[in-house]
Design a protein around this ligand. Structure first.
Ligand code: CA
Length: 224
């Protein structure tokens, strides 16, 4: 299968050049022009690696990376026009897998992508989250418990993975919207509806099935 890359980059000329080069190198590329679009591509799932520009028109790539790292180990290569050591260190500390300073050759980008993908495979134990009887395989994006395989829509899966990555931690509806829908203008009712459906599906798991607890006035958490 051809690896799927998210290219989050606001400079159209550079992004289009990268995209056509990467496609010729055998990757499937989804291009996002800003942080908001990038977030939805990343949380939609199915991406194997993100190439992330730090200077985006609607926010810093570092912020996007920080939010991503709280729920995901998706390989990320940061590309930046900033060569400053502080930026490079910040990027790597937040959890970038590699850092490239512009200008760089397309060949080098491809070589780095292959290296990072090789390092991130095969999926290690950390890609499986276990909460009670619930097992979330973040590499396969599948959730199951015992013999029961949960059939989840993409957003339901993303919500479940987010909750299962931090059992007991409370997430507000705004945080859920921000992380999973990549926006805060959606209605909180959307979250309520997804939580409701997820609860119904989790109820099919064998004991000890985790449950989603509503914390009144704040949000939701997954309890083992
Ligand atoms: Ca930029």
């Amino acid at each position: 299968m051809r690896p799927h890359l998210a290219l989050i980059e606001d400079e159209p000329d550079f992004a289009l050049m990268c995209r056509s080069y990467l496609e010729r190198a055998g990757f499937v590329v989804t291009w996002a022009m800003d942080a908001r679009a990038g977030k939805s591509v990343l949380y939609e799932g199915g991406v194997d690696l993100a190439v992330l520009d730090l200077g985006l028109p609607d926010g810093s790539g570092l912020e996007l990376l920080r939010a991503l790292r709280s729920t995901s180990r998706l390989p990320v290569i940061v590309v930046s026009g900033r060569a400053a050591e502080a930026d490079r260190v910040a990027g790597l500390e937040i959890g970038a897998d590699d850092y490239l300073v512009k200008p760089f050759s397309q060949r080098e980008l491809v070589a780095r992508i292959h290296a990072v993908l090789r390092r991130s495979q095969p999926p290690d134990a950390a890609t499986v989250l276990q909460v009670g009887s619930l097992r979330v395989d973040t590499a396969a994006r599948q959730a199951s418990g015992g013999e029961v395989h949960l059939v989840l829509r993409p957003k339901e899966y993303a919500l479940l993975e987010m909750l299962a990555a931090a059992p007991g931690r409370v997430f507000s509806a705004a945080q859920v919207l921000e992380r999973i829908w990549g926006s805060s203008w959606q209605q909180p009712a959307t979250v309520v509806e997804h939580v409701y459906r997820l609860r119904g599906k989790l109820a099919d798991l064998p004991p000890p099935a985790p449950r989603i607890t509503t914390v009144r006035g704040y949000g939701y958490r997954l309890d083992p």
